[in-house]
Ligand binder design. Structure first.
Ligand code: NAD
Length: 476
């Protein structure tokens, strides 16, 4: 029998059931694998009360002692990697190997911010005699965080890491569709000896939870990862109560392939990265702008590599691409494909749902898709790539910047001049050259334009979870 954990809320250091639940569906076979408890107003009020107690304790715990608990929790998650990865594959569908990598990535976020929390240095400002100006970074308070379903483990880890590293308490509402990743994080912190109330995990009706928590005086920061539409709604709500926000929203990543780079090598890397997590990644490389001289070679290699991928149940060792995580994505992909065909795009491979049980969708590639096709403007958030020819780097950059998004962007080139031009002109929070890795724990990650506000990771990320306090001290 495959193991999936019993789902509960975690409030004030205690596990809690609720009167109301909803089913968790395995996207590979559409069976129910668990029941996720939904918090009501009493649960949420209790979480706030617990988080106030947690903040009082944690914010006055020495950073080195906080780091020890965080590192112990990460170590427990590393030890439990098989159990956690299995739960992620069951609830999300991704291949087991990708789930394992996600667990490791989540641990890296915790480990990084455990260390960064010991380096939130302030400064002493040069001053005249008799007065001293000191700048402190202090934990902001209780954080209300909302994490999505595409990375059930690493996404909640990002926010928990920043909050706990800085000395904050957090109430995190993780995804109801993929709740086990966050549950395992809470278990690890509980077992690592985290004081009660520092980390509180809830599930619920998303709008009800955000509308309850965000206006509360005690909540001092709103951190969200998800769609731009929901991000705007939560930002508006936060603004009404003058709360800062950390918003990691949608993207529609361009990839610029220059004529000096081996097209087959670029295509190999790109196809594999595109189909990772079945394309349900905010940094997923999607709009390929390929120099016309290497366009045919790139497209051919990309399609060959894509066709070689095995779509199937993530539990099977030979699966490269799992099902989509939910039925909404199947409908969304079908709509984008129909529109792309109608607008005259050339379908090179895929295009259909596979079978009628489980949310499987064939890895899909379109070429020469007009700019007014929906898939050129809306983030597919699925296994759909678009390859269009361009005559110059300048044209590619203009097309790359044409959308209101700016999260990740990629380039393939060996020319220092091209790299310099891309670094200057691309409108994105993260630009990667000759690699499709958009972010690691030690680099700041986030968007510009409608892709969001603020950064996670790096030295910058933890500062979102702090306030700056200036102390002016006149002596005698
Ligand atoms: P959605 O906009 O309905 O939900 C996105 C996330 O926000 C979900 O986790 C959901 O639970 C949460 N949410 C929705 N309404 C909320 C509210 N009022 N308060 C608090 N949380 C709320 O979309 P969806 O169908 O789940 O996903 C579709 C789109 O979302 C994708 O196309 C993609 O663009 C975006 N998305 C982005 C990321 C990311 O990593 N940036 C992750 C998941 C989804």
């Amino acid at each position: 029998m495959t193991y999936y954990p019993r789902l509960q809320l975690y409030i004030g250091g205690h596990w809690r059931d609720t009167a109301s639940c909803e089913p968790v569906i395995n996207p590979a076979d559409e069976t129910t694998i668990g029941d996720v408890p939904l918090a009501d107003d009493v649960d949420l009020a209790d979480a706030l009360e617990a988080a106030a107690i947690g903040f009082a304790t944690w914010s006055r715990t020495a950073p080195a002692a906080r780091a020890q608990i965080m590192l112990r929790a990460a170590s427990l998650m590393r030890q439990r990697i098989e159990e956690i990865a299995l739960a992620i594959t069951l609830e999300h569908g991704k291949p087991l190997e990708q789930a394992r990598l996600e667990v490791i990535r989540g641990c890296e976020f915790i480990e990084w911010d455990a260390a960064e929390g010991q380096r939130t240095y302030g400064r002493v400002i040069p001053s005249g005699p008799g007065i001293r100006y000191i700048v402190l970074h202090q934990p902001i308070g209780t954080v209300a965080a909302f994490s999505p379903w595409n990375f059930p483990m690493s996404q909640p880890c990002r926010k928990i890491a920043g909050a706990l590293g800085a000395g904050c308490s957090i109430i995190i509402k993780a995804s109801e569709e993929t709740p086990a990743g966050a549950l395992h994080i809470a278990r690890a912190f509980h077992d690592a000896g985290l004081p009660p109330g520092v980390l509180n995990l809830v599930f619920g009706v998303p709008a009800r939870v955000s509308e309850f928590l965000i206006p509360r005086e005690q909540v001092r920061l709103v951190a969200f990862t998800g769609s731009t539409a929901v991000g705007k709604r939560l930002t508006e709500l936060a603004a009404r109560h003058m709360k800062p926000v950390l918003m990691e929203l949608g993207g529609h990543a361009p990839v610029i392939v220059c004529d000096d780079f081996d097209p087959a090598a670029a295509a190999e890397m790109s196809a594999v990265r595109k189909m990772r997590n079945a394309g349900q990644v905010c940094t997923s490389p999607t709009r390929f702008f390929v120099h016309q001289d290497v366009f045919n070679a790139f497209s051919k290699a990309f399609v060959e590599r894509t066709r070689a991928m095995k779509v199937g149940n993530g539990l099977h060792a030979d699966t490269n691409v799992g099902p989509l995580a939910n039925q909404r994505r199947v409908g969304a992909l079908e709509g984008l494909v129909a529109d792309a065909s109608a607008k005259g795009g050339r379908l090179l491979t895929g295009g259909d749902r596979l079978g009628n049980r489980g949310y499987f969708f064939a890895p899909t590639v379109f070429a020469e898709l007009p700019d007014d096709a929906r898939a050129m403007r809306e983030e597919p958030f699925g296994p759909l790539a678009i390859i269009n020819p361009v005559a110059s780097l300048e044209e590619a950059v203009e097309k790359a910047n044409a959308l209101p998004f700016g999260l990740a962007a990629y380039g393939f080139t060996h020319s220092a001049r091209n790299v310099d031009y891309l670094a200057d002109c691309i409108e994105a929070g993260n630009l990667s050259i000759n690699t499709l890795e958009a972010s690691v724990a030690e680099t700041p990650f986030g968007g510009v334009k409608e892709s969001g506000y603020g950064r996670e990771g790096g030295a910058e990320g933890i500062l979102n979870y702090t306030i700056v306090k200036t102390v002016s001290h006149r002596m005698a």
